[in-house]
Design a protein around this ligand. Structure first.
Ligand code: AMP
Length: 194
Protein backbone atom coordinates (compact mmCIF):
# COMPACT_ATOMS: atom_id res chain seq x y z
CA UNK A 1 0.00 0.00 0.00
CA UNK A 2 1.31 3.50 -0.77
CA UNK A 3 2.47 5.84 1.97
CA UNK A 4 0.84 9.26 1.55
CA UNK A 5 2.02 11.86 4.02
CA UNK A 6 1.09 15.53 4.49
CA UNK A 7 3.10 18.11 6.42
CA UNK A 8 1.18 21.13 7.72
CA UNK A 9 2.78 24.01 9.56
CA UNK A 10 3.86 27.62 9.24
CA UNK A 11 6.81 28.68 7.12
CA UNK A 12 9.91 28.16 9.21
CA UNK A 13 8.57 25.08 11.03
CA UNK A 14 10.96 22.84 9.10
CA UNK A 15 8.50 21.20 6.67
CA UNK A 16 10.97 21.17 3.77
CA UNK A 17 13.80 19.69 5.84
CA UNK A 18 11.59 17.02 7.39
CA UNK A 19 9.95 16.20 4.06
CA UNK A 20 13.41 15.62 2.52
CA UNK A 21 14.26 13.23 5.32
CA UNK A 22 10.97 11.35 5.01
CA UNK A 23 11.53 11.14 1.26
CA UNK A 24 15.04 9.66 1.70
CA UNK A 25 14.05 7.27 4.49
CA UNK A 26 10.84 5.89 2.96
CA UNK A 27 11.70 6.18 -0.73
CA UNK A 28 8.78 8.41 -1.71
CA UNK A 29 9.00 11.70 -3.64
CA UNK A 30 8.90 15.05 -1.84
CA UNK A 31 6.24 17.13 -3.57
CA UNK A 32 6.71 20.80 -2.60
CA UNK A 33 4.47 23.29 -4.36
CA UNK A 34 6.68 26.25 -3.35
CA UNK A 35 9.68 24.57 -5.01
CA UNK A 36 7.61 23.81 -8.12
CA UNK A 37 6.58 27.45 -8.38
CA UNK A 38 10.14 28.72 -7.83
CA UNK A 39 11.35 26.34 -10.57
CA UNK A 40 8.65 27.62 -12.93
CA UNK A 41 9.65 31.22 -12.17
CA UNK A 42 13.35 30.46 -12.73
CA UNK A 43 12.55 28.71 -16.02
CA UNK A 44 10.33 31.59 -17.17
CA UNK A 45 7.39 29.34 -18.07
CA UNK A 46 3.91 30.77 -18.56
CA UNK A 47 2.96 29.63 -15.05
CA UNK A 48 6.18 31.17 -13.70
CA UNK A 49 5.44 34.53 -15.28
CA UNK A 50 1.86 34.45 -13.97
CA UNK A 51 2.82 33.73 -10.35
CA UNK A 52 6.14 35.56 -9.94
CA UNK A 53 4.89 38.79 -8.38
CA UNK A 54 2.39 36.92 -6.16
CA UNK A 55 5.04 34.56 -4.77
CA UNK A 56 7.61 37.30 -4.24
CA UNK A 57 5.07 39.37 -2.29
CA UNK A 58 4.28 36.41 -0.03
CA UNK A 59 0.66 36.18 -1.22
CA UNK A 60 -1.19 32.98 -2.06
CA UNK A 61 -1.39 31.85 -5.68
CA UNK A 62 -5.05 31.38 -6.81
CA UNK A 63 -6.56 28.01 -5.89
CA UNK A 64 -7.41 26.96 -9.47
CA UNK A 65 -3.77 27.27 -10.59
CA UNK A 66 -2.52 25.35 -7.56
CA UNK A 67 -5.13 22.62 -7.89
CA UNK A 68 -4.28 21.94 -11.51
CA UNK A 69 -0.54 22.00 -10.71
CA UNK A 70 -0.96 19.37 -8.01
CA UNK A 71 -3.37 17.29 -10.10
CA UNK A 72 -0.72 16.99 -12.84
CA UNK A 73 2.05 16.27 -10.34
CA UNK A 74 0.17 13.50 -8.51
CA UNK A 75 -0.74 11.88 -11.84
CA UNK A 76 2.94 11.10 -12.47
CA UNK A 77 3.84 7.49 -11.79
CA UNK A 78 6.70 8.24 -9.38
CA UNK A 79 3.94 8.83 -6.81
CA UNK A 80 2.55 5.29 -7.14
CA UNK A 81 4.29 4.21 -3.92
CA UNK A 82 3.16 7.39 -2.18
CA UNK A 83 4.52 10.89 -1.62
CA UNK A 84 5.19 13.46 1.04
CA UNK A 85 3.30 16.66 0.35
CA UNK A 86 4.63 20.01 1.59
CA UNK A 87 2.99 23.37 0.87
CA UNK A 88 -0.36 22.08 -0.40
CA UNK A 89 -3.21 22.28 0.57
CA UNK A 90 -3.02 25.81 1.98
CA UNK A 91 -6.74 26.69 1.85
CA UNK A 92 -9.98 24.84 2.55
CA UNK A 93 -10.83 24.96 -1.18
CA UNK A 94 -7.51 23.24 -1.97
CA UNK A 95 -8.11 20.59 0.72
CA UNK A 96 -11.59 19.87 -0.66
CA UNK A 97 -10.25 19.61 -4.20
CA UNK A 98 -7.55 17.23 -3.00
CA UNK A 99 -10.16 15.09 -1.25
CA UNK A 100 -12.12 14.88 -4.50
CA UNK A 101 -8.94 13.84 -6.40
CA UNK A 102 -8.15 11.26 -3.73
CA UNK A 103 -11.67 9.85 -3.96
CA UNK A 104 -11.30 9.41 -7.71
CA UNK A 105 -8.06 7.46 -7.37
CA UNK A 106 -8.79 5.71 -4.08
CA UNK A 107 -6.15 7.37 -1.91
CA UNK A 108 -6.10 8.91 1.57
CA UNK A 109 -3.39 10.39 3.75
CA UNK A 110 -1.92 7.76 6.06
CA UNK A 111 -0.67 10.53 8.34
CA UNK A 112 -1.08 14.32 8.47
CA UNK A 113 1.61 15.95 10.59
CA UNK A 114 0.95 19.34 12.13
CA UNK A 115 4.33 20.93 12.91
CA UNK A 116 3.75 23.53 15.61
CA UNK A 117 6.09 26.40 16.40
CA UNK A 118 5.61 29.87 17.93
CA UNK A 119 5.46 32.76 15.42
CA UNK A 120 8.53 34.47 16.95
CA UNK A 121 10.62 31.34 16.35
CA UNK A 122 9.27 30.93 12.80
CA UNK A 123 10.02 34.57 12.06
CA UNK A 124 13.61 34.34 13.31
CA UNK A 125 14.24 31.11 11.39
CA UNK A 126 12.96 32.72 8.18
CA UNK A 127 15.14 35.78 8.69
CA UNK A 128 18.16 33.53 9.13
CA UNK A 129 17.23 31.60 5.99
CA UNK A 130 16.93 34.89 4.12
CA UNK A 131 20.62 35.51 4.78
CA UNK A 132 21.65 32.00 3.68
CA UNK A 133 19.38 31.37 0.69
CA UNK A 134 18.40 34.88 -0.38
CA UNK A 135 14.85 33.85 -1.29
CA UNK A 136 12.93 36.76 -2.80
CA UNK A 137 9.99 36.18 -0.40
CA UNK A 138 12.09 36.15 2.79
CA UNK A 139 11.91 39.93 3.26
CA UNK A 140 10.40 41.10 6.58
CA UNK A 141 7.20 42.28 4.87
CA UNK A 142 6.71 39.09 2.90
CA UNK A 143 7.48 36.94 5.96
CA UNK A 144 4.76 38.76 7.96
CA UNK A 145 2.31 38.35 5.09
CA UNK A 146 3.05 34.65 4.75
CA UNK A 147 2.63 33.99 8.49
CA UNK A 148 -0.64 36.00 8.48
CA UNK A 149 -1.88 34.01 5.50
CA UNK A 150 -0.90 30.81 7.26
CA UNK A 151 -2.98 31.65 10.34
CA UNK A 152 -5.95 32.85 8.33
CA UNK A 153 -6.11 30.35 5.47
CA UNK A 154 -4.08 27.28 6.36
CA UNK A 155 -4.32 26.79 10.13
CA UNK A 156 -8.05 25.86 9.91
CA UNK A 157 -6.91 22.77 7.96
CA UNK A 158 -5.54 21.32 11.21
CA UNK A 159 -9.15 20.94 12.40
CA UNK A 160 -10.19 19.75 8.95
CA UNK A 161 -7.75 16.82 9.16
CA UNK A 162 -8.28 16.24 12.87
CA UNK A 163 -11.91 15.39 12.21
CA UNK A 164 -10.75 12.93 9.56
CA UNK A 165 -8.78 11.10 12.24
CA UNK A 166 -5.22 10.91 10.97
CA UNK A 167 -3.60 13.98 12.52
CA UNK A 168 -0.36 13.80 14.51
CA UNK A 169 0.77 16.98 16.28
CA UNK A 170 4.52 17.57 16.57
CA UNK A 171 6.31 20.22 18.60
CA UNK A 172 8.71 21.54 15.99
CA UNK A 173 10.64 24.04 18.14
CA UNK A 174 13.33 21.41 18.70
CA UNK A 175 16.32 20.03 16.84
CA UNK A 176 15.88 18.56 13.39
CA UNK A 177 16.85 15.11 14.68
CA UNK A 178 14.42 15.17 17.60
CA UNK A 179 11.57 16.17 15.30
CA UNK A 180 12.47 13.51 12.75
CA UNK A 181 12.65 10.80 15.42
CA UNK A 182 9.07 11.58 16.41
CA UNK A 183 7.91 11.63 12.79
CA UNK A 184 9.59 8.28 12.19
CA UNK A 185 7.88 6.75 15.21
CA UNK A 186 4.48 7.70 13.79
CA UNK A 187 5.34 6.54 10.25
CA UNK A 188 6.78 3.23 11.42
CA UNK A 189 3.55 2.64 13.33
CA UNK A 190 1.59 3.31 10.13
CA UNK A 191 3.91 1.02 8.16
CA UNK A 192 3.03 -1.97 10.33
CA UNK A 193 -0.68 -1.23 10.60
CA UNK A 194 -1.56 -0.21 7.07
P1 AMP B 1 6.66 27.71 0.28
O1 AMP B 1 7.98 27.36 -0.30
O2 AMP B 1 5.81 26.51 0.57
O3 AMP B 1 6.77 28.63 1.48
O4 AMP B 1 5.85 28.51 -0.85
C1 AMP B 1 6.37 29.72 -1.37
C2 AMP B 1 5.24 30.54 -1.97
O5 AMP B 1 4.65 29.82 -3.07
C3 AMP B 1 4.08 30.87 -1.05
O6 AMP B 1 4.35 31.99 -0.22
C4 AMP B 1 2.97 31.14 -2.06
O7 AMP B 1 3.15 32.39 -2.68
C5 AMP B 1 3.25 30.07 -3.11
N1 AMP B 1 2.53 28.81 -2.83
C6 AMP B 1 3.10 27.58 -2.61
N2 AMP B 1 2.18 26.65 -2.41
C7 AMP B 1 0.98 27.28 -2.50
C8 AMP B 1 -0.38 26.86 -2.38
N3 AMP B 1 -0.69 25.58 -2.10
N4 AMP B 1 -1.35 27.78 -2.55
C9 AMP B 1 -1.06 29.07 -2.84
N5 AMP B 1 0.19 29.54 -2.95
C10 AMP B 1 1.21 28.66 -2.80
Amino acid sequence: MPLNVLLLGPQGAGKGTQADRISAEYGIPHVATGEMLRAAIAAGTELGRTVESIVNAGELVPDDLMISLIRDRLARDDTDAGFVLDGFPRTTAQAEALDAMFNEIGRTFNVVFSLQIPDEVAFERLRRRAKVEGRADDTDDAIHRRLDNYHRETEPLIEYYRTRGNLVTIHADRSENEVFTEIQRALDHVAVTR
